[in-house]
Design a protein around this ligand. Structure first.
Ligand SMILES: Cc1cc2nc3c(=O)[nH]c(=O)nc-3n(C[C@H](O)[C@H](O)[C@H](O)COP(=O)(O)OP(=O)(O)OC[C@H]3O[C@@H](n4cnc5c(N)ncnc54)[C@H](O)[C@@H]3O)c2cc1C
Length: 478
């Protein structure tokens, strides 16, 4: 297959949320933009498919969307008019314990705090300032390192965010508050004693209170479809089924934005890059991988704790100590017997995901990068532990190890879903130490994937910021 020979102002390689956000930003500026996607459908981490049985719709990658709902860029787009509808589960996230009880992240902050009993005030002291400041700091937190618009509010956030999650956990006394916090911070895919692991915990809890943790009606692909539909309505062009392996395959353009990670950028355009920039990209590190399962179920998961039956997301890790041990052992290259499992149950709130009366569930656990281990049994044991009888409800399952995840999406190197490690060594230098993280060393070439700030998750802010950079540099607008 060949791409059209037409000349474009800009080309975006890859149609994940960041690629589409970049393409929209450029097209909105009046440019002609082509998006080129390797796979036969658009969306990157935003696809949904019948992975198990007919009429059971599963989110292949991302499922829960506090970051999309709270994205400062997506909020400016008419995505509802292009078919996107967010559904809010009764409870955003629940966290069960061996004694049959559970902690929960409710959208109302006070309800969450109250349910934590003796830790009510500690919870409010930690989260309330972030929630209150969120409207001022969201754009800075979800952007590149720069002088913030609200330095005091940002400093308040930064001081907490940069500490290890295990350190902040000392503010709590109950196993419920500690466990809930540990489950949130474990989204950082790092040992929780690492610096800055509190950042993601704070962001997920604050956005949970401000935006909720919604799911898109019909599947995560509804976000990609809405973005693409708006882009096309603006005059944009998308070509799928075209794996870009070399710059020579692309039509002429003044700017090229790559929704790929450093390793792929080196393969596609390495010969155009300076030796210093190449040296930095070659040293870029990828983080933990994930092992993913989707289930078709005869009935909802029979969780013991009521909160879990009403939650869109359930964190299965029991106590903070267990979660800390699980994440530490993965960082040491091991596969824990009781992995921390992130589980979503979309069909409870969106009947369009499964035939009447039937259900879907989605789960993954962290594993060492590149692991080929089959974690099915260990993940299912963790679900069964908090929902006895779960296995009897399984009608079908689909699993992906890290190699299968990478084959599905070339950006998930070794199963890393964040586009590279976000530990302290890389936090401020993703993907390379530069004045603008989006600019490569080659004129007119930019990187716009989750390997750039603010990093992983469906928010489109990497793509938006990269496109703004290209508009300033190449097209002298903005
Ligand atoms: C199992 C799993 C669960 C997740 N859960 C969540 C969640 O619940 N919430 C959340 O916010 N995030 C979640 N994420 C993370 C989220 O999906 C990613 O952070 C996000 O999709 C990154 O967006 P992106 O645009 O940078 O890249 P991607 O979404 O990875 O898109 C990159 C696109 O570029 C294409 N591409 C790559 N190389 C080429 C090439 N050479 N030529 C042409 N096209 C190319 C790929 O095919 C792909 O379509 C999850 C990810 C996974 C895998």
């Amino acid at each position: 297959m060949q791409l059209p020979k037409t000349e474009y102002d800009a080309i975006v390689v890859g149609s994940g949320p960041n690629g589409l956000a970049a393409a929209i930003t450029l097209q909105q500026a009046g440019l002609s933009v082509l998006v080129v996607e390797a796979k036969d459908t658009i969306g990157g981490g935003l696809r949904s498919a019948e992975l198990t049985l007919p009429h059971f719709v599963h989110d292949v990658c991302s499922a829960i969307h506090p970051l999309a709902a709270g994205s400062p860029f997506f909020k400016t787009l008419p995505l509802q008019q292009h078919g996107l509808k967010f559904i809010h589960p009764t409870i955003a996230a629940a966290h069960p314990f061996d004694d049959g009880g559970a902690a929960a992240l409710h959208q109302p902050m006070e309800q969450t705090a109250q349910a934590l009993g003796e830790d009510e005030q500690s919870y409010l002291k930690l989260i309330k300032p972030v929630v209150n400041d969120w409207p001022q700091i969201a754009a800075d937190v979800l952007g590149p390192l720069h002088i913030p618009k609200h330095p005091l509010a940002m400093a308040r956030f930064g001081l907490k965010a940069l500490t290890p999650a295990t350190y902040l956990s000392k503010r709590f006394r109950s196993k419920e508050a500690k466990g809930l916090w540990g489950g949130m911070a474990a989204h950082s895919l790092q040992p929780l004693s690492n610096a800055a692991t509190s950042a993601i915990g704070l962001v997920l809890m604050a956005t949970g209170h401000v935006e909720g943790w919604p799911i898109p009606k019909g599947g995560s692909n509804a976000i990609a479809h809405a973005l693409a539909s708006y882009f096309i309505a603006l005059g944009g062009v998308i070509e799928t089924n075209f794996y870009v392996r070399s710059l020579s395959q692309l039509p002429a353009a003044h700017a090229i934005l790559f929704d790929v990670t450093p390793r792929q950028l080196l393969q596609i355009a390495g010969h155009k890059l300076s030796s210093l920039y190449k040296w930095q990209l070659e040293r870029y590190r990828y983080g933990m991988g994930v092992f993913k399962i989707d289930w078709a179920l005869d009935e909802p998961i029979p969780f013991t704790a009521l909160e879990c039956r009403q939650a869109g997301t359930v964190h299965l890790g029991n106590t903070l100590e267990e979660i800390v041990a699980s994440e530490r052992s993965i960082a040491e290259g091991k596969h824990p017997e009781k992995p921390f499992v992130l589980l979503a149950q979309q069909s409870l709130f969106d009947p369009s995901r499964a035939p009447q009366g039937k259900h879907t569930a989605w789960a993954y656990c962290h594993v060492p990068n590149g692991s080929q281990a089959d974690m099915t049994d260990r993940i299912e044991k963790q679900v069964e532990r908090f929902a006895p009888g779960f296995r009897k409800k399984i009608l079908g399952r689909h699993v992906m190890n890290t190699a299968q995840i990478e084959a599905y999406n070339p950006n998930y190197i070794g199963g890393d879903i964040n586009g590279g490690s976000i530990d302290l060594g890389q936090l401020f230098t993703r993907p390379a130490l530069r004045l603008s993280p989006y600019r490569t060393s080659a004129k007119g070439m930019y990187i716009c994937s989750s390997s750039t700030p603010p990093g992983g998750g469906v928010h489109g802010m990497c793509g938006y910021h990269a496109a703004i950079r290209a508009l300033k540099d190449v097209f002298k607008t903005k």
